[in-house]
Design a protein around this ligand. Structure first.
Ligand SMILES: Cc1cc2nc3c(=O)[nH]c(=O)nc-3n(C[C@H](O)[C@H](O)[C@H](O)COP(=O)(O)OP(=O)(O)OC[C@H]3O[C@@H](n4cnc5c(N)ncnc54)[C@H](O)[C@@H]3O)c2cc1C
Ligand code: SF4
Length: 475
């Protein structure tokens, strides 16, 4: 006999953590499988290389225009709590026009007001608050943003009053002020004995029989192959991994399953740094307290600038560029010598979901970023604006990084049309009953804001649907 659960959730990040925690709190028998380790605040220190080894996926790359245009570095968490354990916790709701883009892309009718009760519930649970505690580095650039017609506003974030602005969010929050799904939804249910959590457990495939998901196969921490049965399977392995898992699970061929891995959105970002005369200590702030929203909509440029932040030294030293390409030799040494004097802003750009997650001929993961002309222009416009703002603020030198993505979305679209989406408006596969997707991959078009709050709101909505059990899957 295999073990049997009401629901098996694959992946414990923004989506999976909320779904597993909420269902377990409601009394459902839930198994949460996570390929990464279970680390807690006691393990988190500002040791960049170690944190990346322990808590992050090794950095992956999407080739831009087949490699001719370089690559987008893909960043994400691989641990209990997923990327929420190592993210910066800015908490924003989707813009009404983002919802309109969703409808256009996949027919999904889900307005701001439809999602509002789910946002409310998540925000309350995570204690979302405004961050008006701007430090010196924000004040240094504030007036330049205003002069250029894009005033800074305080962000909202899921960080509580214990935040000591230490700046080490990307290595895991040492004070638990950062409200990841690890130290909220998951620990609350797990510590009370309501949730079965298995870390170091890599799910290999979803088991499908006669058009229905029956469970999953996974490899446990000792390397043993295991199988569990469930009334419903929720895949929430993240936008880059969920499509791979579905492709390996051999869904029946159909228009909808042929879309698995398509329409990947990157929300591409670049850090842009200005050098100032005085020490700014941008590494000792809560990384994002402010943002400029004047260019948020596509017709206004299609980018948001967040302020202020700086990478820790290894990432800083290995990603700097100027007009001549990557920094090298004496200029790089000089830039590092001045580490305390740089102020970084983050330019995040709306994309058009032209990316792809796929398995290559040998079954290995591969990611493509065939950006359109419009996407290239938006990215160039965002870089130009960020450079302009730093120069206007008095920076004597400006440098930037290559493209990265911390906000991948959209590789298994939710929609109301099986010809244009992978899952229906409830998150259930069009092709396989009892199989749900519950992470960033369902977002039909890249949001113009940071995505995790929306992913959690959609996850909370899915948890409610599963618990109500309209199809009798869990009975
Ligand atoms: C540096 C950084 C900063 C960010 N800052 C913000 C921010 O300020 N605000 C914001 O809104 N968003 C932010 N984000 C993005 C946000 O954290 C993500 O969009 C969100 O966490 C994605 O949720 P998810 O559930 O789709 O995936 P994830 O949170 O990535 O969770 C997926 C989980 O599935 C696990 N998994 C994968 N494959 C398997 C498998 N086969 N078996 C079992 N488990 C598996 C992974 O290890 C991972 O733990 C940031 C991201 C990064 C990298
Ligand atoms: S800046 Fe605040 S939220 Fe981030 S790691 Fe430090 S204490 Fe935690």
């Amino acid at each position: 006999m295999n073990e049997r659960f009401d629901v098996v959730v694959v992946g414990s990040g923004a989506g999976g953590g909320v779904i597993a925690g909420e269902l377990a709190e409601r009394g459902r028998k839930v198994l949460l499988l996570e390929t990464g380790p279970h680390k807690t605040a006691a393990d988190f220190t500002r040791w960049e290389a170690k944190a990346e080894h322990d808590l992050w996926w090794p950095i992956r790359f999407a080739l831009i225009d087949g490699g001719a245009g370089g690559a987008v570095a893909l960043l994400g968490g691989r641990c209990v709590g997923g990327t929420t354990t190592i993210n910066t916790k800015v908490a924003l709701r989707a813009h009404a026009l983002d919802h309109a883009k969703w409808k256009e892309a996949s027919g999904l009718e889900l307005s701001s007001s439809d999602l509002a009760p789910h946002y409310d519930r998540v925000e309350q649970r995570l204690g979302v608050r405004e961050r008006t505690d701007w430090r010196k580095s924000v004040r240094t650039v504030e007036s330049a943003f205003r002069e250029l017609g894009a005033p800074l506003e305080a962000v909202r974030s899921y960080t509580d009053a214990n935040c000591m602005s230490c700046g080490s969010c990307l290595q895991g929050c040492p004070t638990n002020a950062g409200k990841s799904t690890l130290n909220t939804y998951i620990h609350d249910a797990w510590a009370a004995g309501k949730l079965e959590l298995r870390a170091d457990s890599r799910v290999e495939r979803v088991l499908i029989e006669d058009g229905e998901a029956t469970g999953v196969e996974y490899v446990d921490g000792d390397g043993a192959a295991r199988r569990v049965d469930a009334g419903a399977v929720v895949v929430a392995a993240g936008t880059l991994n969920t499509p791979q898992l579905l492709l390996r699970s051999e869904l029946p061929d159909s228009p909808s399953s042929r879309l698995v891995g398509r329409h990947l959105g990157f929300h591409p970002v670049r850090l842009v740094y200005g050098l100032f005369d005085e020490p700014q200590d941008t590494h000792m702030v809560y990384p994002i307290t402010a943002h400029a929203m004047a260019h948020q909509l596509d017709e206004d440029g299609g980018f948001v600038i967040e302020a202020t932040t700086i990478q820790d030294p290894i990432a800083f030293a290995t990603t700097l560029e100027d007009e001549n390409g990557p920094l090298w030799g004496a200029p790089l040494v000089e830039a590092l010598r001045n580490f305390r004097r740089w102020v970084g802003v983050l330019a995040m750009v709306n994309d058009d979901n032209s990316g792809v997650v796929r398995l290559d001929d040998s079954g290995q993961e591969a990611f493509d970023a065939p950006f359109t002309q419009v996407e290239h222009e938006r990215m160039a416009g965002a870089l130009d604006f960020a450079r302009e703002v730093l120069v206007a603020a008095g920076a004597s030198q400006v440098l930037w990084t290559g493209l990265a993505s911390t906000h991948v979305q959209g590789s298994c679209r939710m929609g109301s049309d099986p010809e244009r989406s992978v899952v229906d408006a409830d998150g259930q596969s069009w092709d396989v009953k009892r199989l749900y997707v519950g992470d960033g991959s369902v977002v039909p078009r890249t949001l113009s804001v940071n995505p995790s709050l929306t992913i959690m709101a959609l996850a909370s909505r899915l948890a409610g649907h599963l618990h109500d059990d309209p199809h009798g899957y869990l009975s």
